[in-house]
Design a protein around this ligand. Sequence first.
Ligand SMILES: Nc1ncnc2c1ncn2[C@@H]1O[C@H](COP(=O)(O)OP(=O)(O)OP(=O)(O)O)[C@@H](O)[C@H]1O
Ligand SMILES: [Mg+2]
Length: 292
Amino acid sequence: MTPELMEAGAEALTRHAEADVQKDSSGGSASFGRPVHGLTPDFGTGVALYVDDITVSFDGFKALNKLNLMIKVGELRCIIGPNGAGKTTMMDCITGKTRPDSGTVSFGQNVDLLRLRENEIAEIGIGRKFQKPTVFEQLSVFENLELALKADRRPRASLWHRLTGAQLDRIGEVMTLIHLGQQAQRQAGLLSHGQKQWLEIGMLLMQDPKLLLLDEPVAGMTDEETERTAELFLSLEGQHSLVVVEHDMHFVDQLTEGKKTVTVLHEGSVLAEGLLSDVQANERVVEVYLGR
Ligand SMILES: Nc1ncnc2c1ncn2[C@@H]1O[C@H](COP(=O)(O)OP(=O)(O)OP(=O)(O)O)[C@@H](O)[C@H]1O
Ligand SMILES: [Mg+2]
């Protein structure tokens, strides 16, 4: 959830409270691959995201150096790497926050993300979770999810319409998924750090993203919260593509289940890719971790 989206949500809530509430006849939750500027992402080849040879320089320093990455539809990919490897910068490039000097980033096989603005990238189906939870502390769990739904600018989800049955069902579903089913009316400010993180993930899910980018999602969580977050992500796998940046190797181990690919970034490039056990045994990987 970006600050802009939060602002839009706050604005929407005020209007919602003031406006004469009307019935929404359109209903339905968002679907994958929606058009932005007439562009519909094409996932026909089974690829959700291509990052091709991107380089990002800050005053001559290459934060990303010819980085390549390919994420399949429904894949859960963990990205690890020492501090400063370029993990967050990579997410900044995918979400339009930073423009690479060179290279391409595409969503599906046809949508050039480098031509879209941040809000358009969110609208086309890419959700991003920053490290710090950004929920509305004064509002309830339910209201936070409701706002996330209404921050959606597409005409079918007009801002001041009453929730449809389908939307109510979706909020219920998401609350269960994020383990907050019993806390609908609880004020978000009273939730634990981990629960706030889940709520923010829930807010992203309300927008039904095809691809979710999660930057250090379990930082600051208790072991039990971390465990439940892994279960949550595993339950999202398949329906969404997930790119998870994390330093917590136990969590990465849980997510990869001994069979998924892990990508190791170092100095802005891919240093190694493979099973967690293999990359952990890789000499170069051991060196960069010990060297930090
Ligand atoms: N806006 C910026 N201006 C200058 N340098 C930057 C900027 N953003 C990032 N960097 C530098 O680029 C490099 C990569 O940073 P990045 O935040 O992407 O690393 P990271 O892999 O996310 O690290 P961490 O694990 O600590 O979060 C770092 O050396 C960082 O200092
Ligand atoms: Mg980072």
